[in-house]
Design a protein around this ligand. Structure first.
Ligand SMILES: C[S@@+](CC[C@H](N)C(=O)[O-])C[C@H]1O[C@@H](n2cnc3c(N)ncnc32)[C@H](O)[C@@H]1O
Length: 379
């Protein structure tokens, strides 16, 4: 990774950033300074407490033509929400506190729905784990705790991960669209809830394949935004289902498809993965189910969706459909009402797909000769 010097261009943050040039040993070895939010006293000089280290955020190198010279903490502010600065405009959803709290809630919902499992691939002592689009980093941190011998890297466009993380977890500000991820070969690569992030998720799958060791696993855990109903209680004009279609139209206009979950298995197989599996879980949109666990999941799901509706709509509808903020807010009133209607027994599908990169011998590549070579025959 080429070294770079971070320069904060914004007036208020530049002095603070200059005053706060950090000294994380790992980053300095790479020659990459780690930016800090401000010059206020930080937990340093303590470098490790009870297995936790100060967050290691590595600023992107200067291979990109956009935004790199601006502080990655100097977020873009629009409509009272903040958005990522690095590669600004690429990801259409906010990165502010309320969105981050929603992401953390969503993590807990999925954890319960997936029966406490963070992964489905049959991992055996993985040493290098990558989480693409790690968000607040919860999954990466739990994987760091579950696999203490592994080095877990979470990448994201936004520096929204916690200050203190396990010693074996690091976060890198990086754009997964970059041609080269500049990472060591991985044992396991994970993506979760990345709908609407990429023009073509097949490119991410192909890159992950290249960055995996033979025998390594990739896994995606993905929301399908379509709303389903099995008992006829959802009318054709149900406002929440109509919203997902509007959202889909906006995303397609912007070239960032949302409906990727049900295609993942096929895409994994086309990329060359073998042993590809798919499991589909039903997540009720509100507390309509009778079953107490699904009722509870539905209640949290409703909160997650209500909290997220504005975030999911604002930039998408403004940029993709040219709606005004006022038009969006008025529209969402009906959508919120529909979302909370327990007479409609609607649910989302969550897809979990995992597959293995084949070993060379499975691809017909000859094995390397045995080393050391056998001793020459005696005369
Ligand atoms: C919906 S959030 C999901 C976060 C996390 N995976 C989770 O399950 O909570 C999507 C995340 O992907 C990140 N992201 C979007 N586009 C990206 C890109 N091109 N490269 C890296 N991260 C990206 C966003 O910044 C955001 O944090």
């Amino acid at each position: 990774m080429p070294s770079t010097t971070a320069t904060a261009s914004s007036s208020s943050s530049s002095a603070a950033a200059a005053a706060a040039q950090p000294t994380h040993p790992g980053a300095m070895a790479l020659g990459i300074p780690i930016p800090q939010r401000d010059a206020s006293p930080s937990p340093s000089p303590v470098s490790s407490v009870d297995g936790l280290s100060p967050r290691s955020i590595i600023e992107p190198d200067d291979r990109s033509t956009r935004s790199v010279n601006q502080s990655i903490f100097d977020f873009v502010c629009e409509n009272g929400r903040t958005y990522h600065r690095y590669q600004a405009g690429s990801y259409l959803f906010p990165n502010d506190q309320s969105e981050n709290e929603r992401l953390d809630l969503q993590y807990e919902i999925l954890k319960v729905l997936l029966k406490g499992r963070n992964y489905f691939a049959p991992l055996k002592d993985p040493r290098k784990i990558l989480d693409i689009g790690t968000g607040t980093g919860k999954w990466a941190i739990e994987m760091g705790n579950a696999f203490p011998k592994a080095e877990v890297t979470g990448t994201d466009l936004s520096p929204i991960q916690p200050e203190w993380v396990p010693n074996n977890v690091k976060f890198v500000i990086d754009d997964a669209n970059e041609e080269d991820w500049m990472l060591d070969p991985m044992d396991y690569i994970h993506t979760r809830v990345m709908l609407g992030c990429f023009e073509d998720f097949r490119e991410i799958i192909a890159k992950a394949y290249r960055h995996l060791k033979p025998g390594g696993w990739m896994e995606s855990q993905e929301y399908m935004p379509t709303v389903y109903c099995d008992d006829g209680t959802m009318s054709p004009d149900y406002a929440f289902a109509e919203w997902t279609q509007t959202q889909d139209r906006a995303a397609m206009n912007l070239g960032k498809p949302l409906r990727i979950a049900n295609k993942l298995k096929r895409w994994y197989e086309q990329a060359g993965f073998v042993d590809v599996h798919e499991e589909v879980f039903k997540l009720p949109i509100n507390s309509w189910p009778k079953d107490p666990q699904f009722k509870m999941l539905g209640r949290f799901s409703e909160t997650n969706l209500l909290d997220g509706l504005q975030a999911f709509s604002l930039q998408l509808f403004q940029k993709g459909l040219h709606w005004t903020k006022e038009e969006i807010e008025v529209y969402l009133v009906h959508v919120r009402k529909a979302l909370s209607d327990r007479n409609v027994h609607a649910y989302h599908k969550i897809y979990v797909v995992w597959g293995r990169k084949p070993f060379d011998h499975e691809l017909g590549v000859p094995s390397p000769p045995n080393y050391p070579p056998p001793p020459p025959p005696r005369e």
